[in-house]
Design a protein around this ligand. Structure first.
Ligand SMILES: CC(C)(COP(=O)(O)OP(=O)(O)OC[C@H]1O[C@@H](n2cnc3c(N)ncnc32)[C@H](O)[C@@H]1OP(=O)(O)O)[C@@H](O)C(=O)NCCC(=O)NCCS
Length: 155
C-alpha cells in the first residue's frame, strides 16, 4: 500500500466491517507503520478496490483482514489478494498462514477453503458481539512452493 492510498483503504474497511456503530476490522493507520505488518492493495484504474492485511513474524503469517469494495465483489479480486499473500509466503519461507473468521462468514470461509485452509478450532465469543471465530490455517512447503493439504482438526 502506498501512503496516499490510506484513506481509500480506510473507506473499503469501513464499508465492509462497520455495522451498528461497531468499529472496523483494523486500524489502517496503525498497521501502515507496524514493521511486521504487510498491506496488499488491489487497484482498478489506479484506485484501490480491495485490501489485505497480514502480520509477518518469523515463518508465520497471520491474515488479519481482507475486504473488497462492495461494488467489486465476486470478480476474483479477493482470490487474487489471497494468492498474492501465498506467493509472498513462498518468497519468505513462511510455513503457515493463520487467521480467524466469523463462523457465519460463508463467503470468506469458501474463499479460504478454496486455497486449502483447514479448521484448527473454534474460539468462543471471539468477537465483541459474542460470535465465535473459526481458527483456520494453511500449511505450506516453501521449497516446493506447494500447499500441504490437511484435514480439519476435530472440534
Ligand atoms: C470475503 C471477500 C473479501 C471476498 O472478496 P471477493 O473479491 O468478492 O472474492 P472473489 O470474487 O475473489 O471470490 C473468491 C471465492 O470466494 C467465495 N465467495 C466470495 N463471495 C462469496 C459469496 N457471497 N458467497 C459464497 N462464496 C463466496 C467463492 O468461493 C469465490 O469463488 P467463485 O466466485 O469462483 O465461486 C468479500 O466478500 C468481502 O469483502 N467481505 C466483507 C469483508 C469480510 O468479511 N472479510 C473476511 C473476514 S476478514
Amino acid at each position: 500500500m502506498r501512503h496516499d492510498e490510506i484513506d481509500d483503504v480506510i473507506e473499503i474497511d469501513r464499508e465492509a466491517f462497520s455495522r451498528g456503530g461497531t468499529t472496523s476490522a483494523i486500524d489502517v493507520r496503525e498497521e501502515a507503520i507496524r514493521p511486521w505488518s504487510r498491506i496488499f492493495v488491489a487497484r482498478e484504474s489506479r484506485v484501490p478496490v480491495a485490501y489485505l492485511v497480514a502480520w509477518h513474524v518469523a515463518d508465520e503469517l497471520h491474515l488479519l483482514a481482507i475486504a473488497t469494495a462492495m461494488h467489486r465483489r465476486r470478480m476474483g479480486i479477493g482470490r487474487a489478494l489471497v494468492q498474492r499473500l501465498v506467493d509472498f509466503a513462498f518468497e519468505r519461507d513462511v510455513r503457515h498462514i493463520f487467521l480467524e473468521v466469523r463462523q457465519s462468514n460463508e463467503a470468506a470461509i469458501a474463499l479460504y477453503r478454496s486455497f486449502g485452509f483447514y479448521r484448527l478450532g473454534v474460539r468462543a465469543k471471539y468477537y465483541a458481539d459474542g460470535e465465535d471465530a473459526l481458527e483456520m490455517a494453511l500449511a505450506l512447503d516453501p521449497p516446493q512452493k506447494q500447499v500441504l493439504l490437511r484435514d480439519d482438526e476435530e472440534a
